[in-house]
Ligand binder design. Sequence first.
Ligand code: NAD
Length: 421
Amino acid sequence: MTSLTAVRDRELNVLESAQRVVESALRQLGYGPEYVELLKEPLRMLTVRFPVRMDDGSVRVFTGYRAQHNDAVGPTKGGVRFHPDVTAEEIQALSLWMTIKCGIHGLPYGGGKGGVVCDPRTMSAAELERLSRAYVRAISQIVGPTKDVPAPDVFTNAQIMAWMLDEYSHLREFDSPSFITGKPRAIGGSAGRETATARGVALCVEEAARRRGLSLAGARVIVQGFGNAGSYLAQFMHEAGARVVGISDAYGALYHPDGLPVPELLAARDSFGTVTTRYSNTITNAELLEQPCDILVPAAIENQITADNAHRIQASIVVEAANGPTTLEATRILTQRGVLLVPDVLANSGGVTVSYFEWVQNNQGLYWPEEEVAEKLRSTMLSSFDKVYRMAEEHGVDMRLAAYMVGMERTAEAMHYRGWL
Ligand code: NAD
């Protein structure tokens, strides 16, 4: 019985998992099947193929996507991922999650997402610039400051946003800083954007610990993944007095029950979040997840906590910094075991929240100091955490389903008022 469940669990891809929770959330809220039918996939999905001249003179053709999940509430919003494993299905799931994230915080957006199948680790800066510009030209018809607003995601950064903004302003012949977020500050980026995702995760860790009566000072924390999300999170946990006992990257993991030297690891990591290759006494990522700790933060990739290892997770709090790190069956097992699981759509939504602040600042031409951004992020995250926590308690459901319920409600209502359904 257990192994059959495990097989079913593994066979659900990220999109199917998201669709299943959307269906349960809409049902719990009393919406009919037509809402499920419309919200289970994006309203629009553009596939583009475009040529890029490589440094050696050859031309390579790349495939990219832009998904616009739902624009009943407002323009769509979501990052662009450059990765060899990008698929149409993954981009669709990510755009759906963006609708939920925006809905949880009441941001005036629906979800969007983009991606290009490529490996930036093997490309020069000049090739990446040509690819970024070509991608913007290819999707330019459907994006824009009041239509669909891109941002960084896996393997894209502020420099790539800057090239994309520059290309867009050539195409549209007006200055349009609010076309894209996550830009460098010199061209309209917001203070605090780079660390926003990790700050949001840290706020969720603090709040989850508080609700469980666990003091963060001295609490043992494991962070899987040491990139943008994981490394800043490790830093914030260290600064809050927690003991970071484990970290990892794609190549392995480090664990020490007395705590790791976080500042040293931060100084040693490269721009792709690699650090463990400098050490010899490593363990595997799978082993790391099962080590003793109070708080576990998966901040790397999908499907890390599954029906196979959920029983062996020792943390009493799991906060998902990555998108989709825990399968639905593992969510059920952890919740049944009394683990407080703060889902991705809530925990990692600090990035889109500060992206929204960036868009607002661009539109009004008035820029806020870092403390103001941090304070606004704090109040947004804590009030949304509370909304989701109360929804879970009132309906007797886990935090993931509760987050989808909070996140989907406004989009469903907007579609109703617009007369779509
Ligand atoms: P990143 O590329 O900066 O870092 C990823 C980290 O994960 C690196 O340390 C890498 O070595 C590690 N990793 C890669 N493959 C792995 C594997 N197979 N096993 C273990 N570790 C592996 O990415 P990021 O921006 O930190 O994003 C990490 C996760 O957080 C992703 O799921 C992303 O969607 C999610 N997220 C990020 C942001 C953001 O603003 N950065 C916002 C929302 C969600």
